[in-house]
Structures are given as C-alpha cells and as structure tokens.
Design a binder for this molecule. Structure first.
Ligand code: NDP
Length: 245
C-alpha cells in the first residue's frame, strides 16, 4: 500500500459508532473507498450519507464467521481489491471476576478476540495480493489489566499476541500490521456495561479527565496508513494527557 489513500479500499469493522465511525469518515475524506461493517445497518447508512466518498454498507456480525467472510467477499467484489482492514469492532463489559455473568466473557472473547481474528483471516489473502495493511484496535488494557476489566484486557492482550505473530508472518510480503492502543476515548463503549457499580466507576473516571475523542484515534490510523511503503508503524499508544494510568 503506497502512502496515499486516494482510491484505496479499506474495510472498517464497528463503523456504526465511536472510533470506527470517525475512522471511516476520515478515510473517506482522505479519498479512500470505504466498506463499513457493523450490526446496526441504519447507522451505517447515515454514515454513508455524511461521507464525501463512496461507502459500501455491510451488515456484519464479527462473531459469525460466515457473516465475516461474506462481508470481506462483498467488499472485494464491489471495489475489486482490499488494501487495508481496520479491525475495530469491540465490546467492553467490565465487572468483577467473582460472581460474573460469564455469558459476558463469552461475548467479549467472541467479539473482540475471535471476531478480529476471523476478520483478519478472511481479509488476509486479499491484503497479501495488495501488499496492504491491518490496523488492530487494541487498548491500554492490552498492556495493563485493570482489576475490573480482566476479561476485556485478556481480549486486548490476545490481540497484541495475534498481531505480533501475524506481523512476523506477513511483513516480508509487504503487509504491514499496526496495533493501536487508545486510552480513554469518549464513545458509547462503556454504556453497555451491565454492572451498575462498574458503570458508575467508568463514568466518574471519564468525567475526571479531558478524554480523547474518536477523531484523535482516526488521525493515528491515518498516520500509520500513509507512511511510505518501507515504514511499518507497528504500535501506537495514545492516551489522554490527563490519564495517569
Ligand atoms: P463503540 O461502542 O462506540 O463502538 C463499538 C463498535 O463495535 C460499534 O460500531 C459496534 O457496532 C461494533 N460491534 C460490537 N459488536 C459487534 C459485532 N458482534 N459485530 C460487528 N460489530 C460489532 O466503542 P468504541 O468506538 O470506543 O470502540 C471501538 C474499539 O475501540 C473497540 O475495539 C474498543 O475496545 C476499542 N477501544 C476503545 C476505547 C475507549 O475508551 N472508547 C479505548 C481503547 C480501545 P454494532 O453495535 O452496530 O454492531
């Protein structure tokens, strides 16, 4: 992938809100042709109306292997290639380990870890063909596990492990693997937490600082994707200035 996004084809998962939505918009403004995937297709359709460039709306559930394969196939059939994948879809259902509803653990692992692996797996043959790039949205929780977020952190540590193995495998073939680790970003991510105490904690933590905004992360994605071909930005850790841990 060359250092201009003009005409490039990028698939963004989890583009119906937050970081994915901002990234899809920024890519479109930079001239990319963007395939956007998520379960809430209505929100993807309004994104397509707001974006300046061509957007392909794909109803996608990353926990469903067939849905992932269909979305990648549809993007490649529509645009004729795939130059980059932004593997962003995720859920954060934080809570204590003791007495946890383990169905939430399954959902996080299925979405954040297996879902992003399925998507990378489905996209990889096309990225090898285009000498493209994979952007893996991890988290500061992929570096330090907080007490209330053990399983979420496990999925993000897992993304880092998978990404490094993938990098070693494909970098010599010109495919760049980029892990982005945001700190606190103001999105709807924490609103899905079901544990009331954890929900309140997440809110007061966010209120205690000037958080990052989704376009801040979109900028990091664009930075990594527009480097010259011989430059692989493998990792970007980006926190709010006010975030101390
Ligand atoms: P949002 O909740 O705003 O966005 C999450 C996105 O993931 C939505 O578009 C949602 O779409 C999508 N998604 C969830 N489940 C699925 C699924 N099964 N299939 C397809 N898409 C799915 O939160 P953020 O923008 O904050 O989160 C984006 C990524 O950034 C996540 O991986 C998150 O872990 C990571 N991150 C966020 C941080 C933050 O502070 N906000 C910090 C560090 C990392 P839909 O519901 O329509 O399917």
């Amino acid at each position: 992938m060359s250092n201009t996004l003009d005409g490039k084809v990028v698939l963004v998962t989890g583009a119906s809100s937050g970081i994915g939505q901002a990234t899809a918009l920024a890519l479109s403004k930079a001239g990319a042709r963007v395939a956007v995937g998520a379960r809430r297709a209505d929100r993807l359709k309004s994104l397509a109306q707001d974006a300046p460039g061509e957007i392909l709306v794909l109803e996608l559930d990353v926990t469903d292997r067939e849905s992932v394969q269909d979305a990648v196939t549809a993007a490649v059939e529509h645009f004729g290639a795939l130059d980059a994948l932004v593997n962003n879809a995720g859920v954060m259902l934080s809570g204590p380990i003791l007495n946890a509803d383990t169905a939430e653990w399954t959902r996080m692992i299925d979405t954040n870890l297996l879902g992003s692996m399925y998507t990378a797996h489905a996209a990889l043959p096309h990225l090898l063909e285009s000498r493209g790039a994979v952007v893996q949205i991890s988290s500061t929780a992929g570096r330090t596990a907080p007490a209330g977020g053990g399983v979420y952190a496990a999925t993000k540590f897992g993304i880092t492990a998978f990404s490094e193995a993938l990098r070693q495998k494909v970098t010599a073939q010109g495919v760049r693997v980029i892990v982005i680790e945001p700190g606190m970003v103001a999105t709807e991510l924490a609103t899905h937490i079901t544990d009331p105490a954890m929900q309140a904690l997440a809110k007061s933590y966010a209120d205690s600082m000037r958080t990052l905004q989704s376009p801040d992360i979109a900028d990091a994605v664009l930075y990594a994707l527009t480097q010259p071909e011989h430059v692989a930005v493998n990792e970007i850790l980006i926190r709010p200035t006010d975030q101390t841990r």
